[in-house]
Design a protein around this ligand. Structure first.
Ligand SMILES: NC(=O)c1ccc[n+]([C@@H]2O[C@H](COP(=O)([O-])OP(=O)(O)OC[C@H]3O[C@@H](n4cnc5c(N)ncnc54)[C@H](OP(=O)(O)O)[C@@H]3O)[C@@H](O)[C@H]2O)c1
Length: 285
């Protein structure tokens, strides 16, 4: 059966690398979901032309629950009209990290990191789960930073107690927010907790869909750290810092390796029974 893969943030960074592998090696049709339609349409056109697959752009701003609802409705409409196929994978990959400056909030008034990385994806999965084909997967790009016991977790700021109400309201009413690093690592912990709970519910409902979490490892080349000071951004891309990070025990990834791994988790039959599992770029892949 033909199927599509929907990937959030598939026009940039790790998502684009995975989308490229999905198109070039797995020859699957794609739905690229993102908030900047110029960027999304450009990437969709290039991937479609280069690899001869159908790539459908989908407008989605994860910082707006209304936009998530509209994106899900558009996808379902396209599905009903036969413009796209049921999903082989719904890849929740987009993410933000806000390392300095004032705390930002989504259009619904929730702290942005929590809203984009967790809440928007949570709603998207809820609305599109029945569009995932039997044997398909929901995949979450999480991060090793979720674990405060590891070097990954310590490097950006240890995840805090995942209290949704507190996280949504960080920095409000004159209260000092936890750091942007902690907000990020906690949102990545939420990705994993959601992935595990989704697996539990899918198994209980005997639904043949897998829920899998993935840590791509540290990839300094993407735009994730764009909120960091310029010097820090330059520093983290140097070979020396990568070497030091590795020596210190940070889980290292790379665009080619981690992008290919994400594509495999979405497509490879070897991962069909991997529901409820968490894979890191350095192990088990
Ligand atoms: N890079 C790393 O070291 C690393 C390590 C572990 C995990 N990760 C995870 O990997 C995933 C991909 O990140 P990346 O490293 O590839 O960073 P990136 O280059 O900054 O890509 C992030 C993607 O998310 C999209 N996005 C941001 N806010 C959005 C919103 N409100 N609505 C819809 N899309 C939005 C961005 O779109 P725009 O172009 O519109 O901004 C972009 O496509 C993230 O979940 C991140 O947490 C990355």
């Amino acid at each position: 059966m033909m199927a599509d893969v929907l990937i959030t943030g598939g026009h940039a960074g790790l998502g684009l690398e995975a989308a490229t592998k999905l198109a070039s090696e797995w020859h699957v049709n794609l739905v690229l979901a993102g908030r900047d339609m110029n960027k999304v349409e450009t990437a969709a056109q290039q991937l479609g032309q280069r690899y001869g697959v159908r790539v459908t752009p989908l407008s989605l701003d994860l910082a707006s629950l209304e936009s998530v609802r509209a994106a899900a409705a558009t996808f379902r409409d396209m599905l009903a009209k036969g413009k796209v196929e049921p999903l082989q994978a719904l890849v929740c990959n987009a993410g933000v990290q806000s390392l300095r400056g004032p705390v930002s909030y989504s259009s619904d008034g929730y702290e942005e990191t929590f809203a984009v990385n967790h809440l928007g994806h949570f709603l998207l999965v809820d609305l599109l789960l029945d569009s995932v084909a039997d044997g398909g997967r929901v995949v979450f790009t999480s991060s090793g930073t979720h674990d405060p016991e590891t070097m990954d977790g310590k490097s950006v700021g240890a995840a805090v107690e995942p209290d949704a109400v507190a996280l949504a309201n960080e920095g409000k009413n004159g209260k000092k927010s936890i750091s942007g690093g902690k907000r990020y690592s906690t949102s990545k912990l939420l990705n994993i907790l959601f992935s595990y709970e989704l697996d539990r519910r899918l198994r209980r409902a005997h639904q043949p869909v897998a829920s899998i979490a993935f840590d791509p490892g540290f990839i300094p080349e993407t735009c994730l750290s764009k909120s960091a000071p310029k010097v820090a951004r330059w520093l983290i891309r140097t070979a020396l810092l990568k070497w030091v990070s590795k020596k210190l025990g940070v889980t290292m990834g790379s665009l080619p390796f981690s992008g290919a791994a994400l594509a495999r988790i979405a497509m490879d039959p070897a991962f069909a029974n991997a529901s409820g599992k968490y894979f890191q770029s350095k192990t088990g892949l």
